[in-house]
Every structure is written in structure tokens, then in C-alpha cells.
Design a protein around this ligand. Structure first.
Ligand code: FPP
Length: 237
């Protein structure tokens, strides 16, 4: 079965560039190409939601030149890519703190969300200036401000990804085995898939390998194999 929601940590752009004696930004530009290919491939395979980690709360610590390059890449993509996303039926959501982003980027994000709002073939969540801890803290702060009790259900509704179900499969490219503050709450029952492929090289075949691996997993959500065999519904509890 194809996962309904795939989340991806697109790691390895810098190493891809360094191996070719190119500046790190060249890797991010190639990473953008890879993202474009991945969006199309996910839509073709019937994936309903794709969530990607494009810029973390911690990425501000990178050299200023790389940070401004990533901002420019995003700003350029917002104007260039939107018509194709509309044509492909992709609805874009930007997930993360808007504070700290330039007015130009902020306006671009809002315009891209507006321009794609009527689409429903694939929901694309681009996590930008995002961190899992930031998300949990902002949700809790909002509930506290509204005087609402903090429960798993209310917190879940206040999180930045409340408009989609939790991811079924989380892919991390680039060989590192960690979550790096991505979807800490939402990944509680997500199947994790790590591969050594650097993000710019992650093509349709690599995606299909991850999907084939996912099909072989048994998702128990805390139940036993025997319970599932007896027909218990394998849903998150
Ligand atoms: C991690 O690779 C990648 C990022 C921090 C940026 C991801 C961005 C893209 C794939 C381009 C799409 C961008 C936007 C703005 C939509 P790394 O630089 O940590 O690679 P390394 O581990 O090899 O150094």
C-alpha cells in the first residue's frame, strides 16, 4: 500500500556539492531539482501528503552566505514554481515560524499558499524555519493563552501540521540516523527509513525502494502481531 503521508529530511546537498568541488549552494540548487522530481513522483504514485524539511530553526547557525542563498532559492522558487504546482494540482502549505523571514519571503509564502489553495491532488508541506520543539512550544503557548486545557487532543489540534494526518513514512537521505528536530510529535508511530543516497541523487528508483521497504513493515501501533491477525484495527492509539 502506498503511504498516505510521506515526510522527508532532504539531507546531503552540501556533501553532494563538495564532492564535485562546487560551492554548497550548488548542492541546494540541485536539491531543489530533486524536490521537484520527488513531488511529481509522489503525485503519480498516489501519495496524498508530502512534508519536507527545507530549513530548520537551527539552520540560522550556518554561514551567512549559505543562509541568504537558501532564502534566495526559496524566494526564486516561489515565483518560478507556482504555475507548475498549480498545473499539477499541488496545494502548498508553509509550516514554521514566519518571524525572522524577510517581508519579501513572507509575502511570497502567502501568495504561493493562496495561489494553490484550490488544489487537492497532493498536499505539499514545506517546513521552513521549522523545528519540532518550536511547534510543540507554540501550540502549548497558544492553548495557555486561550485558557484551554493542554491534552494530547488539544495540543494535536494546535500544532502546525494539524491539517494533515501523521506521516506514515519518514525518509532521511544522506546517511545520518537521527530526526534532527523534525516532526517530533507527529512521528510517534511513523515508519523510519534511512538511506545513504545524498538528496540531489534521490530519484524515482530511490523513492520506489523506500516504498517497497515500507510495504514490508508491520504497523502495530502498540498492539501485538496476534491481535492484528485477529482483525484488530491497526490505528494509532
Ligand atoms: C540539508 O543538506 C539540506 C538543507 C539544509 C536544505 C534543504 C533544501 C533543499 C533540498 C532545496 C529546497 C529548498 C527550498 C527552499 C524549498 P545539508 O546542507 O545539511 O547537506 P550536508 O549534510 O551534506 O552538509
Amino acid at each position: 500500500m502506498v503511504p498516505h503521508h510521506i515526510a522527508i529530511v532532504m539531507d546531503g546537498n552540501g556533501r553532494w556539492a563538495t564532492r564535485r568541488l562546487l560551492p554548497r549552494l550548488a548542492g541546494h540548487r540541485q536539491g531543489m531539482e530533486s524536490l521537484r522530481r520527488c513531488i511529481r513522483a509522489c503525485a503519480e504514485r498516489g501519495v496524498a501528503v508530502l512534508t519536507v524539511f527545507a530549513f530548520s530553526s537551527e539552520n540560522w547557525n550556518r554561514p551567512a552566505e549559505e543562509v541568504s542563498g537558501l532564502m534566495d532559492l526559496l524566494a526564486g522558487a516561489l515565483t518560478r514554481e507556482v504555475p507548475q504546482l498549480v498545473a499539477d494540482g499541488v496545494r502548498v502549505h508553509f509550516v514554521g515560524a514566519r518571524e525572522g523571514l524577510s517581508d519579501k519571503v513572507r509575502q511570497g509564502l502567502a501568495q504561493a499558499e493562496q495561489a494553490t489553495a484550490a488544489n487537492s491532488r497532493l498536499i505539499l508541506n514545506i517546513c521552513f524555519n521549522y523545528g519540532g520543539r518550536w511547534d510543540i512550544a507554540q501550540a502549548a503557548a497558544r492553548l495557555a493563552q486561550q485558557g484551554e486545557a493542554i491534552t494530547e487532543a488539544s495540543l494535536g489540534r494546535a500544532l502546525a501540521l494539524a491539517h494533515v494526518p501523521d506521516p506514515d513514512l519518514l525518509i532521511r537521505t544522506g546517511g545520518e540516523l537521527r530526526l534532527s528536530n523534525f516532526l517530533l510529535w507527529q512521528a510517534a508511530y511513523t515508519e523510519l527509513y534511512f538511506c545513504d543516497t545524498l538528496w540531489p541523487d534521490f530519484d524515482e528508483a530511490a523513492l520506489d525502494e523506500a516504498l517497497a521497504d515500507y510495504v514490508r513493515r508491520e504497523r502495530r501501533f502498540g498492539r501485538t502481531s496476534e491481535q492484528l491477525a485477529q482483525g484488530a484495527q491497526p490505528e494509532a492509539v
